[in-house]
Ligand binder design. Structure first.
Ligand SMILES: *Cc1c(COP(=O)(O)O)cnc(C)c1O
Ligand code: SF4
Length: 423
């Protein structure tokens, strides 16, 4: 990390200005000429960046810019912040909205994919536009909060959809909103009885830790139970500033989680990920997910094999604290939601025995109880339990009386005469 005063561009900035998040947002690096004053760029690179800005705008907070190594093109901070000509590459498998968030959207900015929770995109503005952003179709398009009419419509949908017990506020970055604007949204969500928990997804503790002010935390803690998930990708992002930001949130009683994206050249390395999860626990941030990089157009150069993610989990689970081990997920192309993948620990089974292996490769047998009777289906609660909610997916096979689930587009299924018998 460089001292900002050593950079000519900011040498006269006062400490007070530097720590003011409004100043940081106003002074984001958004053009090539300014960027050149902070990191080395040759003419070819500058030219490429100019071309890329039409696809996803550039914005780098001065704070995050001081974490970049000015000379090293492979610096993991620089790779996340500085556009690359590779973003212009087009591939057949790429998509604009690979997770089908717009399609699963009852009102603009709201995605209702899972039974009991929604994703609420309240703004398209971010402090910094991550070059690996999966939502680049949306991020930075207006660099503004969503229109109030969209917010009203989304809140109305949540109010009238009593299945929604968890609202995940994201964007863009919701902490680019002014405290009062964010508070208005939180207050209206809290007034809905069936909304049990509220989550905020934000990268500000990483890219603009000064945003986490005492007054923000005081406001947030009035809307508990509230959770915050942030987005650290490398240990190089853990600084005394980000530590203070996380500490403030924790002291406001907010449980913190982290969602990393597995990124080529940034954290596709067991040792880097191991250091990251340990740093996170020291910040009292629980590693929650590692995402496989999505099939979003413009980010193919960041993608890794799926095997790299599995290898990382293999080298964490058992080797270090369970608290440090996130779930590796692939967000299903087409909108199926997050699919967890990881190493296999169950080696084989007989009718009474299960053979397992641990992280060392040691294998063992677990002998099942001789007379285990599953209470499910015989307990006295059965009537209310099967009526209380519709069974979804594989639940139908376990206790819904179905023997098979069929893919809707299978030609074989079209030919069936007994389609109505199947889920
Ligand atoms: C990730 C996500 C959620 C939240 O998923 P959790 O696994 O509960 O953290 C909700 N809705 C959408 C559309 C998502 O992508
Ligand atoms: S903070 Fe999130 S939404 Fe914003 S650019 Fe980064 S990844 Fe995309």
């Amino acid at each position: 990390m460089r001292n900002y005063r050593e950079i000519e561009l900011w040498k006269d900035v006062t400490e007070k200005q530097w720590r003011d998040w409004h100043w940081q947002i106003r002074n984001r690096i958004t053009d090539v000429a300014t960027l050149r004053q902070v990191v080395e760029l040759d003419d070819a690179e500058a030219d490429q960046i100019g071309k890329v800005l039409g696809t996803l705008r550039m914005a780098i907070s001065p704070y995050y810019a001081t974490l970049m190594d000015p000379a090293d093109r492979g610096c993991p901070i620089r790779l996340q912040a500085v556009p690359s000509g590779l973003e212009l590459a087009q591939h057949e498998e790429d998509m604009r909205d690979p997770l089908h968030e717009d399609g699963d959207s009852p009102t603009p900015g709201l995605t209702h994919r899972y039974p009991d929770r929604v994703l609420f995109l309240v703004t398209d503005q971010c402090t910094m536009y991550c070059r690996h952003c999966t939502r680049r179709r949306l991020a930075g398009v207006t660099d503004q909060p969503r229109p109030a009419s969209d917010i009203d419509a989304a809140i109305e949908y949540i109010r009238s959809t009593t299945d929604v017990r968890d609202v995940l506020i994201s964007g863009g970055d919701p902490l680019t909103l002014a405290d009062a604007v964010l508070e208005d949204i939180l207050k209206r969500l809290r007034a809905i009885e069936h909304v049990e928990i509220i989550r905020i997804g934000t990268r500000t503790p990483v890219v603009l830790p000064y945003r986490i002010t005492e007054s923000l935390c005081e406001m947030l803690q009035r809307y508990h139970p509230l959770y915050v998930n942030t987005h650290f990708n490398t240990p190089a992002e853990v600084t005394s500033e980000s530590r203070q930001a996380c500490d403030r949130l924790s002291r406001a009683g907010i449980p913190l989680g982290n969602q990393s994206v597995l990124l080529h050249g940034i954290n596709d390395c067991v040792e880097v990920m191991r250091a990251l999860v340990h740093e996170l626990l020291k910040l009292r941030v629980r590693p929650y997910y590692i995402y496989q990089c999505d099939l979003t157009a413009g980010i193919e150069h960041f993608r890794t094999s799926i095997g790299k993610g599995i290898e990382i989990i293999e080298c964490l689970r058992g080797h270090t604290s369970g608290l440090a081990v996130p779930t590796f997920v692939i967000d299903a192309p087409g909108g199926g939601g997050k699919i967890p993948v990881g190493p296999q620990y169950l080696i084989s089974r007989s009718s009474t025995q299960t053979i397992l292996r641990n992280y060392e490769g040691y294998s063992c047998v677990y002998t099942e109880p001789r007379e285990y009777r599953d209470p499910c289906g015989t307990c006295s609660k059965i009537k209310s339990c099967s009526r209380s909610r519709p069974l979804i997916g594989l639940e139908k096979l376990f206790r819904g009386g179905f023997v098979s689930l069929h893919a809707r587009h299978a030609a074989r299924d079209e030919r069936r005469r007994d389609r109505e018998w199947h889920a």
